[in-house]
Design a protein around this ligand. Structure first.
Ligand SMILES: [Zn+2]
Ligand SMILES: [Zn+2]
Length: 362
């Protein structure tokens, strides 16, 4: 029986995202069909629309999501119909070099930023699905390693956040930066990921968490997430950070924007020997300039944190337990609960720097 569903599709570069009727494929061996129940609006989705990233078209947007398994293909063992699951946009194959060397977040068989097709069609032609997921749709078809079962008691909207913003932000703090008790941490960019970084840094025992954004509008959210200081970004940012950190600069700066200018600001906000962690995904032609002498003499470390540098199959269920046990409060992260049709308006809010996460409920 042929099945159709509604999804949010961008038909061409520069075209607006709009609802479209998509045709679902029969699922094959090892595949799972998930009824999406909640999907968060992530900055990477906006980057697919506004030209920062150049994905192929037509494209079903969305990748931060949770839902219920409604059908499983042959040989599927890790999930069953009725399971509540978080979708994983960087599933680990467990057999490539990276997976076998303990770096599943870099799995070489997973397509990461690329979009791929999975049998779903639009007007009879294949469409691409964002990060192998395409979660701004009523259903997704994914390989079984792209679903992570979570307890049924966890609300779908909170579960969705674990699939991107919260895992990315928490992992950047715990796994990449390894923030230690007493550290000072600057967080640049207070979207869903940045606010998750703030919360995780405080939970890790950071004595000072200086949250930075472009307008005063994020101050309340930053404080709710646990920031000790809030600073509006300016040309004087490094001076301001120094004045708040005993003239040294911070132990850590965590950049959650993905732009050369903010990566440089993060670099300048840290002390000699400090650590800069880049979490934001930027454009291929946005070059970061640092002088050779500065790199040597400041002895800072610059690292990227991809998908929280986490083993998602272990860390997503652990985060789910933390939420259910009351150890991790995510309530302040969701500022707008919306419909699929309202996602484009959420992109506009995100472009203006308003709110934290918008989550589409389906
Ligand atoms: Zn994301
Ligand atoms: Zn792999």
């Amino acid at each position: 029986m042929t099945q159709y569903m509604t999804g949010l599709v961008v038909r061409d570069t520069g075209a607006p995202a709009a609802l479209a009727e998509l045709r679902l494929p029969e699922i094959g061996p090892g595949q799972v069909r998930v009824r999406v129940r909640a999907a968060g609006v992530c900055h990477s989705d906006l980057s697919m629309v506004n030209g920062t990233l150049r994905p192929p078209h037509p494209l079903v947007l969305g990748h931060e999501a949770a839902g219920e398994v409604v059908e499983i293909g042959e040989h599927v063992t890790r999930t069953a119909v009725g399971d509540h699951v978080v979708l994983n946009w960087q599933p680990a194959c467990r057999t490539c070099w990276f997976c076998e060397h303990g770096e599943p977040w870099l799995c070489s068989t997973s397509h990461g930023v690329a979009a791929q097709s999975n049998g779903i069609t639009l007007d009879g032609a294949p469409v691409h699905v964002t990060l192998g997921v395409g979660a701004f749709a009523e259903q997704v078809v994914v390989p079984e390693n792209a679903v992570i079962p979570v307890p049924r008691e966890l609300a779908f909207d909170l579960a969705a956040l674990l699939g991107c913003a919260v895992l990315t932000g928490t992992g950047a703090v715990r796994n990449t930066a390894r923030v230690a008790p007493g550290d000072s941490v600057v967080v640049i960019g207070l979207g869903g990921v940045g606010l998750s970084v703030v919360t995780a840094a405080r939970a890790a025992g950071a004595a000072q968490v200086i949250a930075v954004d472009v307008t005063e509008a994020k101050k309340g959210l930053a404080e709710a997430a646990g920031a000790t200081d809030f600073v509006v970004s300016s040309d004087n940012l490094s001076k301001d950070i120094r004045s708040r950190t005993g003239r040294l600069g911070a132990d850590h700066a965590i950049e959650c924007v993905g732009r050369a200018a903010t990566i440089r600001a993060a670099w300048r906000a840290t002390r000699s020997g400090g650590q800069v962690t880049v979490v934001g995904m930027g454009a291929a032609d946005d070059m970061v300039q640092l002088s050779a002498l500065d790199i040597f003499s400041s002895a800072r470390t610059l690292r990227a944190s991809v998908y929280g540098q986490a083993d998602t199959d272990l860390e997503v269920p652990a985060l789910a337990r933390d939420v259910l046990d009351g150890k991790l409060n995510l309530d302040h992260l969701i500022t707008d609960r919306i419909t699929l049709a309202e996602v484009p308006a959420a992109f506009d809010r995100m472009s203006r720097g308003e709110g934290a996460r918008s989550v589409a409920l389906l």
